[in-house]
Design a protein around this ligand. Structure first.
Ligand code: IFM
Length: 446
């Protein structure tokens, strides 16, 4: 059975196992005098989210955080990756502090330490204060300074106890998915807004690193998402379309961070829409990282779309088994990505798999959930991590996405990624078979 012949002993000494979540997806943004974020307003606009669902209540983690942390400890995990909701600590995104919100994170971090869990803090997992969104959000260059001030504020309070700080989660989603595809808040479909956001999200990361380093905050990184992108056929136009997608999705951020450049295939369409003198910012964007976070879920097959403007790419379903997101399951892509990042970009820098997991159609039967398909997914992806380590990647940890079933953004509560099932009527938590199997694996050390 999956996971049965894996154990901690198969990973390097000190390798961390954890689970990941994000604030908007689990906390309940309606609790604790938080300000509105652009996800609250996006979700309240017809047509944006399945069923018009929002994160105002979510999993009520704001109220149930202690028993949620117990679940992580009881699984034998070493670390917990969580995020801070910016509008919870600064309701207007700048200035006024919501003491109640900051106290919540203070208690949460102490709660992790009391349970022997290392706190892995992410500063931005998509919940931009609505007040800043109204001022242009990621399209406005000032966002870099707003974000650096916020980073300084949060780490000024929590920085003495967290094990690591990530600036931004998945900048591709923050910028491209949200300003070009319009699928996430703020829901723009505008190439110029997208080009500005693609640059400003990195500028904000660089400014925040500088601000936090000046205050002595340690172990700073960023979390990028990668997909295994391949052409659906060997026709030259499909091969070129896949290369364009790869440049926008997989190469834009890592090349800026490690080489101080953007890929030519992406600039070919974006350069005319970029903010003026963007080149002057690249030295700050390239500031050294202490670690890199890698989120990986799937393979995506691309074709040229002759009916579309640049970048003229369409996706086509592949033949592999899929998660309930419709995402092809392809663990080899994780091995390939981790090894490639080490070889071509970050050398020996510590890499963490900060998200990996799958959505499945889980239902509670008796007192548990039979999610054999998820167990298999975790098994094959952990083996891919082991293979990447053998290939030379310095992978130091693995965080399953996600601890709990939660708000899957524009899909509402439809997609279940959790190790722990959540009944969204009662909010009862039921650990799935994958939770129990992972816990057994983490107790083995042979
Ligand atoms: O739920 C998201 C998460 O917020 C960011 N990474 C991908 C997950 C699954 O779609």
């Amino acid at each position: 059975m999956a996971l049965q012949d894996l154990s901690r002993g198969g990973f390097p000494d000190g390798f961390l196992f954890g689970a990941a979540t994000s604030a908007y997806q689990i906390e309940g943004s309606g609790f604790g005098s938080a300000g509105l974020s652009h996800w609250d307003t996006f979700a309240a606009t017809p047509g944006n989210v399945v069923g018009g669902e929002d994160g105002r209540r979510a999993c009520e983690h704001y109220l149930r955080w202690e028993s949620d942390l117990d679940l992580i400890r009881d699984a034998g995990m070493d670390a917990y990756r969580f995020s801070v909701n910016w509008a919870r600590v600064q309701p207007d995104g700048q200035g006024r502090l919501n003491a109640e919100g900051m106290d919540f994170y203070d208690r949460l971090v102490d709660g992790m330490l009391e349970r022997g869990l290392k706190p892995y803090l992410t500063l931005y997992h998509w919940d931009l204060p609505a007040a800043l969104s109204r001022r242009g959000g990621w399209v406005n260059r000032d966002v870099a300074d707003w974000f650096a001030d916020y980073a300084r504020l949060v780490t000024g309070r929590l920085g003495d106890r967290v094990a690591s700080v990530a600036t931004i989660n998945e900048p591709w989603c923050v910028a491209w998915l949200s300003h070009f595809h319009g699928a996430h808040a703020p829901g723009l479909r505008d190439v110029s807004a997208a080009a500005h956001a693609m640059h400003h999200v990195l500028l904000a990361h660089g400014r925040a690193l500088e601000a936090m380093r000046a205050e002595g905050v340690k172990n700073l990184g960023i979390v990028l998402n990668f997909e295994h992108i391949a052409p659906a056929t060997d026709r030259p136009e499909d091969v070129r379309a896949a290369a364009r997608e790869d440049a926008i999705y997989n190469r834009w951020f890592i090349e800026a961070l490690t080489k101080g450049t953007y890929p030519a295939e992406a600039l070919a369409g974006l350069e005319r829409w970029m903010p003026g003198r963007w080149q002057d910012d690249m030295a700050g964007i390239r500031a050294p990282l202490d670690w890199l976070g890698v989120n990986y879920y799937r393979r995506a097959l691309k074709v040229h779309d002759p009916d579309s403007l640049w970048p003229a790419i369409a996706e086509t379903p592949g033949p592999l088994p899929k998660s309930s997101m419709g995402w092809e399951i392809y663990p080899e892509g994780l091995r390939h990505r981790l090894a490639g990042l080490a070889r071509d970009h970050v050398g020996d820098l510590p890499i963490y798999v900060t998200e990996n997991g799958m959505a499945a159609e889980d239902s509670v039967l008796g007192e548990t959930v039979d999610d054999a398909v998820r167990l298999d997914y975790i098994d094959t992806h952990l083996r891919a991590v082991q293979a990447a380590i053998r290939d030379g990647a310095n992978v130091r940890g693995f965080f399953y996405w996600s601890l709990l079933d939660n708000y899957e953004w524009a899909f509402g509560y439809d997609k279940r990624f959790g190790l722990v099932h959540v009944d969204f009527a009662t909010l009862k938590r039921t650990p799935k078979n994958s939770y129990h199997a992972l816990a057994r694996m983490l107790r083995r050390n042979e």
